[in-house]
Design a protein around this ligand. Structure first.
Ligand SMILES: *Cc1c(COP(=O)(O)O)cnc(C)c1O
Length: 379
């Protein structure tokens, strides 16, 4: 049996090696490294895939969130509602821009924030709601869009983990996650659903004015060379990354179905361990792309299970061991949106199992048997 990895980018690459190598070689031949034609082509291809009018590429997912926030011309201490159980980027960029992240709790079953938590946290200073579609599944966007409209608040979706997933509205309309809010942001970090060979990111919107502004900000505030209309940043997707992404975008749906197949096997074979673990909940309003397959391990056994698996050659990860409202970086934030019990509990219970496009049945059955063995032994 081949060694089990959390992600296996090598074997994924080998399957499309020829296409990728040729694409990379062509950029080198043309020394077309910055703002090459492939970048524009990729933006167009991704816009078409997502069914959104504008895609603006940039250097990474964190920059995408920063550019999105900068494009709104907010005032110091304006409030940005962010889930506490998440990766730091969105709240961090709010802090960097002298805005105030207001943390809200998440739902125990699906790890995403809820309309109830958001509603409680809204104040006269709230300007942005920034839901994070965690682990591959969408936040309940229909409700968030309704409340945002009521209070005239902008919605920025952090879709770094759920690119390609679809959201179903109650009237049957289906949209890709990241295209529902005013702005969507994503990351092409190698391990994401659509990963490049380094760093990359993008913003999506249907709003022409915002698109123009975000493009300006990502390029030193310039439309024409050496005419700086405003303070911006330097955030570009390399042409080398764009050609890799142009190849891999064609496989994104097949990558997602490969992840779903892996998830189905986990669901089917771990379902009898209800006393010990809770499997991820699948909501009816959103697809799950299984960026992560995240268990909740009950009875305080998480760390023990993690060690046991490691001992048997099975890696696993804790996303996230400390909620954002407890991070030293945010210790000065005085206002919290609500009580953060669920985020705190999740940080003690969650365990993500290996999940990627290249896992085979033998590896998965070995992991499943080892998990079962742990719970029989420690009963
Ligand atoms: C990966 C990730 C980001 C940041 O992406 P980078 O490209 O690494 O900057 C932001 N938010 C979430 C939820 C992520 O998972």
């Amino acid at each position: 049996m081949e060694q089990i990895r959390m992600v296996d980018l090598k074997n994924q690459y080998l399957k499309i090696k020829k296409e990728i190598d040729e694409a990379i070689e062509s950029v080198i031949q043309e020394t077309d490294f910055i703002r090459g034609n492939a970048v524009k082509v990729f933006e167009k291809n991704l816009a078409q895939y997502l069914g959104v009018k504008y895609v603006i590429s940039c250097a990474n997912g964190t920059d995408a969130l920063q550019i999105a926030l900068m494009s709104l011309d907010l005032k110091p201490h304006d409030e940005i509602i962010c889930p506490s159980f998440s990766f730091i980027s969105g709240a961090e960029m709010a802090g960097l821009l002298n805005l105030r992240p207001v943390f809200v709790d998440v739902d125990y079953d699906n790890f995403n924030t809820t309309i109830e938590n958001i509603t409680q946290a809204i104040s006269v200073k709230t300007r942005v709601i920034m839901p994070v579609h965690l682990f591959g599944q969408g936040t309940d966007m229909e409700k968030i869009m309704a409340i945002a409209k009521q209070y005239n608040i902008t919605v920025i979706e952090d879709n770094a983990q759920s690119l390609g997933a679809e959201y179903r509205f109650s009237d049957g309309t289906v949209k890709k996650l990241g295209t529902i809010g005013n702005i969507g942001c994503t990351s092409f970090f190698p391990s994401k659903n659509l990963g490049c060979f380094g760093d990359g990111g993008a913003l999506f919107t249907n709003d022409e004015k915002l698109a123009e502004k975000m493009r300006l900000i990502a390029n030193h505030g310039m439309k024409e060379k050496y005419n700086n209309e405003r303070i911006g940043i330097n955030s570009r997707l390399d042409t080398l990354q764009a050609v890799v992404l142009n190849v891999k975008l064609r496989y994104l749906d097949s990558y997602i179905s490969a992840r779903r197949k892996v998830a189905d096997i986990y669901y089917e074979n771990l379902k009898d361990l209800k006393e010990y673990i809770i499997l991820p909940k699948r909501e009816s309003y959103s697809d799950h792309t299984f960026h992560q397959f995240t268990l909740k391990v009950l009875n305080g056994k998480r760390d023990e299970l993690k060690l046991y698996l490691a001992d048997k050659g099975i890696p696993s990860s804790v996303y996230y061991p400390k909620p954002l409202h407890l991070q030293q970086a945010f210790i000065h934030i005085e206002r919290q949106g609500n009580n953060m019990e669920v985020s705190e509990q999740l940080s003690k219970e969650v365990l993500s199992l290996p999940m990627h496009t290249e896992l085979d049945l033998e590896q998965q059955m070995y992991m499943i048997e080892t998990i079962k063995e742990f719970f029989t032994k420690t009963k």
